[in-house]
Design a protein around this ligand. Structure first.
Ligand SMILES: NC(=O)c1ccc[n+]([C@@H]2O[C@H](COP(=O)([O-])OP(=O)(O)OC[C@H]3O[C@@H](n4cnc5c(N)ncnc54)[C@H](O)[C@@H]3O)[C@@H](O)[C@H]2O)c1
Length: 449
C-alpha cells in the first residue's frame, strides 16, 4: 500500500484523500486552512459531497487518513504528493497559479533533507506546459534537487463532478497518467491498478491538455444545445423532441465522427446549413453567438493554412486534393478550392492533383461553382500525381485519399510538405526534418498552435 500526501482539502483533494484511504493507502491531507484540517482530523468531511463524510470517518477510524497544516511532515511521511489546490481565474482570465506555486515551494523545502525519491502528481487543472515551466523549476529551486533524479513530476488530471465526485472517483470513465518518462508512472499504476474505465499513459503536456479539452467540449455542448433550444422555441418546435432524435444517432452525432484534427470543413451542405441557421436566428432577433462563430472559425482555420504556405516565401505550389472530401468530385464550398483561390490571389503558381475530379465529368451546380470560383482551373488540374508534385516547391496535402507511402514515394528532399490532414506538435515541424518524413520540412503542422 502506498503512502500518499494530498495538498489541498477542497472538493478534489478531500475526495482524493478519502477514496485513496478507503482503498487501503496511508493518506495525509495538507491544507493551509486549519478549519478544514480540523474537520478531517475529527472525522468530518471538509466539503459537502455525497458519501464523503462516511469515507472520512471510516478512514480516520482505520487510522489510514489524517490531516495536517504541516507540509513538511506530510512529505516526509509519504512517497507520493498529490497537488489538489485551487487554480482560479484572475480578473483577466489568466490562471492564478499562486496556490500551486506555494504547494511546490513547500514540497521542495521538505524534499531538501529527504533522502528517498519522491513523486509529485498534479491533479489541479493547469495549462499545458505548466509542469515544465513552473512546477518542476519551483520544486528544483526549493529542494536544490533534480527532477528525474531525486523526484518525479506527473500529471493526473481530475475528471470528477461535484455532487457525485466520490462515485466518479470510484468509477471513472477515463484515468489519465502523464509523465515524460514512463518509469515515473510506476506508483500511479499501482494506485490506479484496480480502477474501472480506460487508463491512458501519456506525456505531461497531453495529460494537462486533455482536462481542458474535456471541459471546453462540455461547455460547448451545453451552449450549443441551449442555442438550438432557443431557436427551436422561437420556431415553435419542441426542443426536447429534437434532442431526443439528434442524440439517438450514435454514428455521426454522439460519436467520434468529425473529431479528428484536420483541415477546414466544406461541401454543399455544412456551410450552407450553418449559414441558414445563423441567418434564421438573426431574422428572429435571436443572438446565437456560437452558431454565428462556426463559419468564421472555419475560415480562420483555412487562413492559417494560407499563412503557412505564404510564410515559406515559395511560389510554386502543388495542392493535393480539390474536392471537399475523398471519394467525391463535389467541389462546392470545398476548402481546397478556397485555399487555391487565396494562393492564386497572392501570386502563387498553383498546380492541383485530385484523382476523383475530372472537369469533363462535372455538371450542374458543381461545374458552375468551380467555373465561378477558379475560371481556368482546367489548366491547373491533373490526375497525374508525379507530374504535379515534381513541378512544385511546396506540396500541400489536403486530402485523405493519399497515403503517406504514396506521398513519400513522390516527394524530393528539397521540397516542403504542408500537411493539412494531421497536425503534429510544433517541435516536430521545426528544422529541416520531421522524423517520419526525412528531409521534409512541415511548417503547417505547427499552424494549429
Ligand atoms: N471542483 C471540482 O469538481 C473539480 C473537478 C476537476 C478539477 N478541479 C480542479 O482541481 C483543483 C482544485 O479544485 P477544488 O474545487 O478542489 O478547489 P477548492 O478551492 O475547493 O480547494 C482548494 C483547497 O486548497 C487549499 N490550499 C490553497 N493553497 C494551499 C497550499 N499552499 N497548501 C495546501 N493547501 C492549499 C485551500 O485552502 C482549499 O481548501 C482546481 O485546479 C480545479 O480546477 C476541480
Amino acid at each position: 500500500m502506498a503512502r500518499v500526501s494530498v495538498f489541498g482539502l477542497g472538493y478534489v483533494g478531500a475526495v482524493t484523500a478519502a477514496c485513496l484511504a478507503d482503498a487501503g493507502h496511508e493518506v495525509v491531507g495538507v491544507d493551509v486552512n486549519p478549519v478544514k484540517v480540523d474537520m478531517m482530523e475529527s472525522g468530518r468531511a471538509p466539503v459537502l459531497e455525497p458519501r464523503l463524510e462516511g469515507l472520512v470517518e471510516k478512514g480516520r477510524r482505520a487510522c489510514r487518513l489524517r490531516a495536517t497544516t504541516n507540509a513538511s511532515s506530510a512529505v516526509h511521511e509519504s512517497d507520493v504528493s498529490f497537488i489538489c489546490v485551487g487554480t482560479p481565474s484572475l480578473h483577466s482570465g489568466r490562471l492564478d497559479l499562486s496556490s500551486v506555486a506555494r504547494s511546490c515551494e513547500a514540497i521542495g523545502d521538505a524534499l531538501r533533507p529527504k533522502k528517498e525519491f519522491h513523486w509529485v502528481v498534479t491533479r489541479s487543472t493547469v495549462l499545458p506546459g505548466t509542469a515544465k515551466s513552473m512546477i518542476i523549476p519551483t520544486i528544483e529551486a526549493a529542494s536544490e534537487k533534480r527532477a528525474g533524479v531525486d523526484f518525479a513530476v506527473c500529471s493526473n488530471p481530475e475528471f470528477t463532478r461535484e455532487g457525485c465526485a466520490v462515485a466518479d472517483f470510484l468509477n471513472p470513465a477515463i484515468t489519465v497518467l502523464g509523465a515524460d518518462d514512463p518509469l515515473h508512472l510506476v506508483p500511479l499504476r499501482d494506485l490506479y491498478g484496480k480502477t474501472s474505465g480506460q487508463v491512458f499513459e501519456t506525456s505531461l503536456g497531453v495529460a494537462e491538455m486533455v482536462k481542458y479539452v474535456c471541459n471546453a467540449f462540455h461547455a460547448l455542448k451545453v451552449t450549443f444545445t441551449n442555442e438550438i433550444a432557443s431557436l427551436c422555441s422561437q420556431l415553435d418546435v419542441d426542443a426536447r423532441a429534437v434532442t431526443r432524435v439528434f442524440t439517438a444517432d450514435t454514428k455521426l452525432n454522439i460519436s467520434k465522427a468529425y473529431l479528428d484534427p484536420g483541415f477546414a470543413f466544406g461541401g454543399s451542405c455544412l456551410p450552407k446549413d450553418v449559414r441558414a441557421l445563423a441567418y434564421c436566428g438573426k431574422q428572429l432577433d435571436l443572438d446565437l453567438p456560437l452558431l454565428r462563430a462556426i463559419l468564421p472559425s472555419n475560415q480562420a482555420h483555412l487562413e492559417r493554412a494560407v499563412e503557412a504556405v505564404l510564410a515559406t516565401k515559395r511560389k510554386r505550389i502543388g495542392v493535393l486534393g480539390l474536392s471537399f472530401k475523398p471519394g467525391t468530385d463535389d467541389l462546392r464550398e470545398s476548402p481546397s478550392v478556397q485555399l487555391i483561390k487565396r494562393l492564386l490571389g497572392e501570386g502563387c503558381d498553383v498546380q492541383v492533383w485530385d484523382k476523383d475530379v475530372s472537369l469533363g465529368r462535372l455538371a450542374g451546380s458543381n461545374r458552375q461553382f468551380i467555373q465561378d470560383e477558379i475560371p481556368h482551373i482546367g489548366a491547373r488540374l491533373s490526375t497525374d500525381l508525379e507530374s504535379v508534385v515534381s513541378q512544385s516547391e511546396i506540396v500541400v496535402v489536403g486530402t485523405n485519399s493519399l497515403n503517406d507511402e504514396a506521398l513519400l514515394a513522390t516527394v524530393r528532399p528539397d521540397q516542403l510538405i504542408i500537411d493539412l490532414r494531421a497536425p503534429l506538435p510544433r517541435a516536430a515541424s521545426v528544422g529541416t526534418a520531421a522524423d517520419h518524413m526525412p528531409g521534409v520540412y512541415q511548417p503547417a503542422l505547427s499552424m494549429r498552435q
